[in-house]
Write a protein that binds this ligand. Structure first.
Ligand SMILES: NC(=O)c1ccc[n+]([C@@H]2O[C@H](COP(=O)([O-])OP(=O)(O)OC[C@H]3O[C@@H](n4cnc5c(N)ncnc54)[C@H](O)[C@@H]3O)[C@@H](O)[C@H]2O)c1
Length: 246
């Protein structure tokens, strides 16, 4: 078990990649804090993790709400005394071409995907520094490296969270804390539900492997990066794209 006893917060853990990451982390022995917007969905995931023999606790937390984040961190610290891993996975899309993007679309995506990542990292950093150890992982995207049609707001956030990990790697490396980003290509999750079938088919055709990633294939990378096996990986943005960008 590569994450035995590691107290791990996973945001956006009620769906898609976050849920798969929660499942992988408990399999690897982690104690998982399942954090998401909808309490019923959080409870459902916590129950299924427990049914699989894992240790998990659920929190209804909006990553834009600093007091909810502080309450979660405080509760985890009083239960377990430490925070070992933060996976900043929660994210949304609100796509439009630049000429049609509204301020609301821009602000909402920045608030959740960028400021939400800052809010959560800010809430755990003092604890990790006191411990002299910790891992912070951010959900970026291939879109944060190469841009994408209709995703001015999303691309900016996913580029931004790579900037975060490069900065945190420099600031916190000497304190025993590693920070890395994962940049998936296309992953079969509910976030793609607004996309027409023919667009999804065209995306799959562009991938040398001719398919999207399964959420578990991203979760495996988070688990590796959270583990001591990745002890010298710091400030990296790891592309997991099936070769999409070649
Ligand atoms: N699916 C893909 O193709 C893909 C590719 C690259 C990167 N990503 C990134 O991976 C992450 C997970 O995406 P997914 O595909 O699993 O999406 P998803 O929609 O299945 O899951 C996202 C989860 O985040 C939660 N969430 C949204 N806003 C939140 C908030 N304010 N506070 C707390 N939780 C919130 C949602 O409720 C949902 O459960 C996102 O950051 C996304 O940008 C996804």
């Amino acid at each position: 078990m590569r994450l035995k006893g590691k107290v791990s917060i996973i945001t956006g853990a009620a769906s898609g990649i976050g849920k798969a990451t929660a499942e992988k982390f408990v399999k690897e022995g982690a104690i998982v804090a399942v954090c998401d917007l909808n309490l019923d969905a959080v409870n459902e995931v916590v129950e299924s993790l427990k049914a699989a023999g894992g240790e998990a606790v659920g929190y209804q937390v909006d990553v834009t709400n600093k007091s909810q984040i502080a309450d979660m961190v405080g509760d985890l610290k009083s239960r377990y005394g430490r925070i070992d891993v933060l996976v900043n996975n929660a994210g949304i899309v609100m796509d439009a071409q630049l000429a049609k993007m509204t301020e609301e679309q821009f602000d909402k995506v920045i608030d959740i995907n960028l400021k939400g990542v800052y809010n959560c990292a800010r809430a755990v950093v003092d604890t990790m520094v006191e411990q002299g150890s910790g891992v912070i992982l951010n959900a970026s995207s291939v879109v944060g490296v190469y841009g994408n049609f209709g995703q001015t707001n999303y691309a900016a956030t996913k580029f931004g969270v790579i900037g975060f990990v490069k900065t945190w790697a420099k600031e916190l490396g000497k304190k025993g804390i590693r920070a890395n980003a994962v940049c998936p290509g296309f992953v079969a999750t509910p976030i793609l539900k607004a996309m027409p079938e023919k667009v999804i088919q065209a995306m799959e055709d562009k991938v040398p492997m001719k398919r999207m990633a399964r959420p578990e294939e991203i979760a495996n990378v988070y688990a590796f990066l959270a583990s001591d096996e990745a002890s010298y990986i710091n400030g990296a943005a790891i592309e997991v794209t099936g070769g999409l960008t070649l």
